[in-house]
Design a protein. Structure first.
Length: 178
């Protein structure tokens, strides 16, 4: 087969176009494989990103819950601290009151009168009267002296002479602060 230059040029142009198309198709196949691999990588990265976002949201929620729990714990701590301060103040006031009460003897006028009726000897009555006058609280003032004078009689009664030498004192009461 003899080809002239023109036919040879046509055939060679066709072959070149065919070779170009084949090269383009080969390149497209190669790029398509690479693109599908890149798309798989992209999908995996998107899945990883979504998991990371979910983890981030979960951590944010856990952090918010722990912050809420911390705030609640601090509020409870402050409440107990306030209760402790109140209890300490109550204990201090009770201790001061108890110290005052330990230095005081609280007697009713009726019990003083009954006690003076039991005493028969004048010396014993004088001793009790002196004790009452010396231990009378200054807060009572002149009213206290009047009450002591009213409660103590110096009459000479001879009944129950055996009880005259006996003095029984006891503290059976309970002092409570309410």
């Amino acid at each position: 087969m003899d080809f002239n230059n023109e036919e040879f040029g046509n055939v060679s142009d066709r072959l070149e176009r065919y070779a170009t198309q084949v090269g383009a198709l080969q390149a497209k196949l190669e790029y398509q494989e690479k693109m599908s691999e890149q798309e798989r990588r992209l999908q995996m990265m998107e899945m990883e990103l979504n998991r990371s976002k979910e983890n981030n949201v979960a951590m944010q929620m856990a952090l918010a819950e722990s912050e809420h729990a911390r705030l609640e714990a601090e509020a409870e701590r402050d409440e107990w601290r306030n209760k402790c301060v109140e209890a300490e103040a109550y204990i201090n006031s009770t201790a001061a009151e108890n110290a005052f009460l330990k230095n005081c003897i609280l007697l009713s006028v009726t019990s003083i009168k009954d006690f003076f009726h039991i005493l028969k000897r004048v010396e014993m009555k004088a001793l009790a009267y002196t004790f009452l006058m010396k231990t009378l609280s200054p807060l009572m003032g002149t009213r206290g002296i009047e009450v002591v004078n009213e409660a103590t009689e110096f009459s000479d009664v001879s009944e129950l002479s055996k009880l005259a030498d006996q003095l029984i004192m006891s503290n059976e009461g309970i002092v409570k602060h309410e």
